[in-house]
Structures are given as structure tokens and as C-alpha cells.
Design a protein around this ligand. Structure first.
Ligand code: PMP
Length: 404
């Protein structure tokens, strides 16, 4: 039985107040909160075995190396990668995408086509535009529909033998839409294109199985699933990681170095130049353990209840419009009230202790599609409650009255 009161005890930050009011944290799509067990892991690392990894003979270095590599295996198991060395630890989703985009610069030719979805975060648009500028490849876009889903008929028509790469997020950060990635991947493979899925917003709610998906690259950030900032993963199929050149040169990523010739280390080290975020990687492993101890089915069921409740309560407010109404959604509600600027409502909600995100959510093309400057985005996590949603609804009503 899912016990939210007990779960809330795991998150010390949920006890704090903001402007004298209990914190209501609904900005989970931007970053999630950190349970005590992950905080303890970070404190333990710096208190007891802080040390550089992979090259020390001394005890601290060996302990840190073991814990870091154990974390990689936890991540491998969680995502069901075939091999631990297919998990590259990065500084997060943005870093992971840039690694792949930069690697493909040497594999693409002028006139090759790459397809990106209209629902992307800027971090899954800009690196591909940069790649097109470098290589002369052409960027095509899968359009979106009014309900905030992908127009899959057009996607199938866009695919052809010039298509080399396809990118989509698993879940849209601005609207919460869950994209049909199984269909996207299978169709891309039929024309021989590789697929990168941005799982930044999916991984807090869904446990992806990269082998079952048969995806070529899957990327995510630890801070969205109860881990620390500055760490994330790039999963890549071994054959692709071997094909791509290294992203950065430096220590850790080499086999031998001389001024005449350097040879590169094997996977995953080829892509992990320099001292990594050691503590972050270990804490990422702890966060994955924590999320699995709560259970992804329980998380999805409970968050779905919050989504249904929040949607029906918010829609009772006059003039409130929700953007992103697809049947397949995670617990994100993106909305506006009449033509009030989202920032003005967000600022009043903050005074009431309620944290929401306002603006374009790094997804300007979606806002352009709806012809709006931005939205108010309330994104729920498994530690939120219906009582907190009631506080949000009252807050939005109050802000609307003040601003009308
Ligand atoms: N993609 C999506 C869908 C996101 O929601 C985010 C974070 N908002 C990113 C990419 C970028 O993640 P990060 O800032 O952790 O690199």
C-alpha cells in the first residue's frame, strides 16, 4: 500500500516553509527533491572515502573506484543495458546529447537527413542544428497536433533512405506527453537510421528497458529522479559507441600516449575524459535504489491519481486552459488562465509557498505552436499530495482574482 506520509518523511526539504507557508513543491519536472538516503550517501563519500578513481593503489581510491563502478552496474541493471560499459556517466542529458551529436559529425555527409520531434527541449534541438551546420545535413521536424502529440503519419512519410538519425524525447517536459517511442524506433530502424531518445522526463516515472526498446542511445539526468545535479547517463549500444569518436581528449580516456600517437581506452573510459563527478555518480546509484524501493508501478499509479485530480480541479477555474491533453501523459499540467501572463501568476504562487515553473520551459517551438509566451507548469511527484493540489487550486484562484 502506497503511503505518501511515510514517503514524505524521506525528504527533509518538504518540511521547510517559504514566505512563512509550508512549501508546496510542484517544479519536479525541472528538478526533483533529494531523499535523506541520497544526502547521506553524499555526506558519507566526502566524510569517509573522497578520493580520485581508477588510478590509485591506495585504499581510499580503491573504495571510491569500487563504489563508482557499483553505481554504473546499478544504472546498467535499472535500464537493462546488456553491458555495464554501455553506460557512460556524463554531467547530464545535455552533455550526453552533445556527445552523440559531436560524434556524428564524422559520420554524416551533406544532404543526409536527421529528424527531430516538434516536442523537444532546446537541448535536443540546438546540438542537432549545430551538427547540420557542420555537416550540411538537413533537419526535418515531426509536427505536433493541437493535443500536444506527435503527428505520426507525417513522421512515417519523412523517413527515407537519406534519414540517418532520429531524435525524440520519451516524455515532453513542457506538456507531459508520452511519445510512442517504440513505433518511432522500429520505423527508423527500417530505413537504417539510428535513434536517440531523451529520457530526462520519462525516467522519474517510467523504468525504461533499453534492450526491449532496441534503442541506439538513451539519455537522462540523475537530478530528475531524486539524485544530485551534474550527473547523468548516456546509454549507447556497444556497436555505436565503438563507431563514434571520443568527445573530449584528456586523462582517463587513453590507452597509451606519446607525441607521435595516442590510442584510446576501451568503453566506457573512451568517453569519460578527466576526473568525473565521482560523488554524483555514486549518489545517482543510491537514488536509483531509492526509486526502485518505492517501486515504479506504485509511482506511476499514484502520480496518475494526482494528475487526474489536479486536472479536474484546475479545470473548474473559469478561463483556465490546459495545454497538452494527450491520453498518454505523465503528471504534468501546463496551463494559462485567460490572457494573464504566466509569470505574474507564478510570482503570486511563490508568495503562497507554491513552487511552479513559468515560461517556455526550454521548448519555445511548442509555445510558438500554441501562440503563447509560455505556460504555468505544475509537475507532480510521488511525494506530492491531493491536499497540496487543493492549495495550488486556491492559489491560482486568488492570483487570478488579483490580476483580473
Ligand atoms: N530534455 C528534457 C526533456 C528535459 O526536461 C531536460 C531538463 N529540463 C533536459 C533535456 C536537459 O537536462 P539537463 O539540464 O539535466 O541536462
Amino acid at each position: 500500500m502506497f503511503n505518501v506520509d511515510k514517503i514524505r518523511e524521506d525528504f527533509p526539504i518538504l518540511k521547510r516553509t517559504v514566505h512563512g507557508k509550508p512549501l508546496v513543491y510542484f517544479d519536479n519536472a525541472a528538478t526533483s527533491q533529494t531523499p535523506q538516503i541520497v544526502i547521506d550517501t553524499i555526506v558519507d563519500y566526502y566524510s569517509n572515502y573522497n578520493s580520485n578513481i581508477h588510478r590509485g593503489v591506495h585504499t581510499l581510491s580503491q573504495e571510491a573506484t569500487d563504489k563508482y563502478e557499483e553505481a554504473r552496474i546499478k544504472i546498467q541493471k535499472h535500464f537493462n543495458a546488456k553491458e555495464a560499459y554501455e553506460i557512460i556517466l556524463t554531467s547530464g542529458t545535455t552533455h550526453s546529447i552533445n556527445m552523440v551529436a559531436s560524434g556524428f559529425a564524422s559520420l554524416l555527409n551533406k544532404g543526409d537527413e536527421i529528424i527531430v520531434s516538434a516536442l523537444e527541449h532546446h537541448s535536443n534541438i540546438v546540438p542537432w542544428q549545430m551538427l547540420c551546420e557542420k555537416t550540411g545535413a538537413i533537419l526535418k521536424v515531426i509536427p505536433m497536433t493541437d493535443e500536444g502529440s506527435l503527428d505520426m503519419k507525417t513522421y512515417h512519410n519523412l523517413l527515407n533512405d537519406k534519414t540517418k538519425l532520429v531524435f525524440s524525447n520519451h516524455v515532453s517536459n513542457a506538456l507531459g506527453t508520452v511519445n510512442p517511442i517504440e513505433e518511432i524506433i522500429a520505423a527508423a530502424h527500417k530505413v537504417g537510421a539510428a535513434v536517440l531518445i531523451d529520457g530526462a522526463q520519462a525516467t522519474p516515472h517510467i523504468k525504461p528497458d533499453v534492450q526491449a526498446l532496441n534503442v541506439d542511445f538513451y539519455v537522462a539526468s540523475a537530478h530528475k529522479l531524486c539524485g544530485p545535479t551534474g550527473v547523468g547517463l548516456l546509454y549507447g549500444k556497444q556497436e555505436w559507441l565503438e563507431k563514434l569518436p571520443p568527445y573530449q581528449g584528456g586523462g582517463e580516456m587513453i590507452a597509451t600516449v606519446s607525441f607521435e600517437k595516442t590510442t584510446y581506452a576501451g568503453l566506457p573510459h573512451k568517453f569519460e575524459a578527466g576526473t568525473p563527478n565521482i560523488c554524483g555518480g555514486i549518489a545517482f546509484g543510491a537514488a536509483i535504489d531509492y526509486m526502485n524501493s518505492v517501486g515504479f508501478d506504485a509511482i506511476a499509479n499514484y502520480e496518475n491519481e494526482l494528475l487526474e485530480y489536479g486536472t479536474s480541479e484546475l479545470l473548474k477555474i473559469d478561463g483556465l486552459k490546459i495545454y497538452g491533453t494527450s491520453a498518454e501523459k505523465t503528471a504534468v499540467i501546463s496551463f494559462n488562465v485567460n490572457d494573464i501572463h504566466p509569470y505574474d501568476i507564478g510570482a503570486i504562487l511563490d508568495k503562497l509557498g507554491i513552487a511552479v515553473r513559468t515560461g517556455h520551459h526550454c521548448a519555445q517551438p511548442i509555445m510558438d505552436f500554441y501562440k503563447i509566451p509560455g505556460t504555468i507548469r505544475a509537475s507532480f511527484s510521488f511525494y506530492n499530495t491531493k491536499e497540496e493540489i487543493d492549495i495550488l487550486v486556491q492559489g491560482v484562484k486568488r492570483a487570478t482574482m488579483m490580476l483580473s
